[in-house]
Design a protein around this ligand. Structure first.
Ligand SMILES: Cc1ncc(COP(=O)(O)O)c(C=O)c1O
Length: 349
């Protein structure tokens, strides 16, 4: 499919975070123990057998990434190797075949390149969300792994997850539900984790929060993560902490923010179990982070029947999160030097 340099006529600044049809998606099939070469296809529909294990037993997983346009027009991905690695860790956990790194990256790049017209221009505040997915298809009835799989990558131009522009101050509500068992699938990007979280999000939203905050399911003491984002905390004493838990998704964004907090802000970084009620008084700034959330400061938290407020009563963004947001987004958009080699250019021919 030839790439045109023309852009779609979209209201880039007001896209919202939703699916928008684009021209092409990438698809490869695993059959008889081997992956097909893979190719771009036009249809957004997937026809699968009614017995597909992805439909019955949630044998499927996905990734979430973004492409952004740099000031010089280059199209940049952010640390795509880590998404490839994470998809393969999830594939191992769910007894699915790994997607070779080369196939993963080629699929992502081809999907971005073919849909160049939908890659938001620099300065619009929008980005191209990329959704690689791996699903167990083919006919099956008993509880066992699929014999065939599809690796697919589709894209959609999106605005910020929580707000129309810039950093959104959000609120979280501690959930009465558990997201993941200690040795379960919480550390993997399995779709099943998210179906179980929908009710928790609904309950949190009924309380007026944006999302649920999950505590560890064994003791309900330690912070795990939010529904679709990890948590980072600027603590008293120039410390910058994030929960250590084997039930949370290892966020690419969080790993990058921790590095920036140490390298650029000189903070003492800590990855350890964080006991919510015991340590709450030491939290100066809290934020949710992820590909979609970017870095969203948490203004208030619903815990034990009341709201607990953070920096400036949740009325403004705190200085630590503001600096980290500017650094992260600056690197992702190619505005700041990429000292750690995190950005990956997709060549548009
Ligand atoms: C449950 C959960 N935690 C954390 C994250 C953040 O991960 P990443 O920074 O790799 O997008 C996500 C996805 O965005 C998620 O779905």
């Amino acid at each position: 499919m030839a790439t045109s340099k023309a852009k779609q006529d979209l209201d880039w600044a007001n896209l919202g975070f939703k699916y928008r049809p684009t021209k092409a998606r990438f698809s490869a099939i695993y059959r008889n123990g081997a992956w097909s070469e893979g190719a771009l296809v036009e249809s957004p529909m997937i026809e699968v057998h009614e017995g597909a294990p992805a439909l019955h037993y949630a044998q499927q997983c996905f990734e979430g990434m973004k492409a952004q346009t740099a000031p010089d027009g280059r199209v940049l991905l952010f640390r795509p190797d880590l998404n490839s690695e994470r998809m393969n860790r999830t594939a191992d956990r769910l007894l699915m075949p790994q997607v070779p790194r080369e196939l993963f990256l080629r699929g992502v790049e081809e999907a971005v390149r073919a849909n160049y017209a939908w890659v938001p221009p620099h300065g619009s505040g929008a980005s191209l969300y990329i959704r690689p997915m791996l699903i167990g298809v083919g006919e099956n009835l008993g509880l066992r792994p699929a014999t065939e799989y599809e690796f697919r990558v589709f894209v959609s131009p999106v605005g910020p997850y929580y707000k129309s522009a810039g950093m959104a101050i959000i609120s979280l509500a501690v959930s009465d539900f558990d997201r993941a068992a200690p040795a379960g699938t919480g550390a993997y990007k399995a779709g099943a984790n998210y179906a179980g979280g929908l009710l928790a999000t609904k309950k949190a939203q009924e309380l007026g929060a944006n999302e649920a905050l999950f505590l560890d399911s064994a003791k309900r003491l330690y912070i795990d993560e939010a529904g679709s984002a990890n948590i980072v905390i600027a603590m008293k004493g120039n410390r910058f902490a994030t929960p250590k838990s084997n039930a949370i998704l290892p966020s690419v964004t969080r790993r990058s923010i921790m590095t920036l907090a140490e390298q650029k802000l000189g903070l003492q970084i800590e990855e350890r179990p964080i006991e919510l009620r015991k340590e709450l008084a030491d939290f100066e700034e809290v934020a949710a982070c992820g590909t979609a959330a970017v870095l969203s400061p948490v203004g208030k938290l619903w815990v034990d029947g009341q709201w607990h407020h953070f920096h400036d009563k949740g009325e403004s963004v705190g200085p630590v999160m503001q600096k980290l947001y500017d650094l992260l987004v600056g690197i992702q958009r190619g505005e700041l030097a990429d000292e750690n080699g995190w950005v990956h250019e997709v060549t548009i021919d």
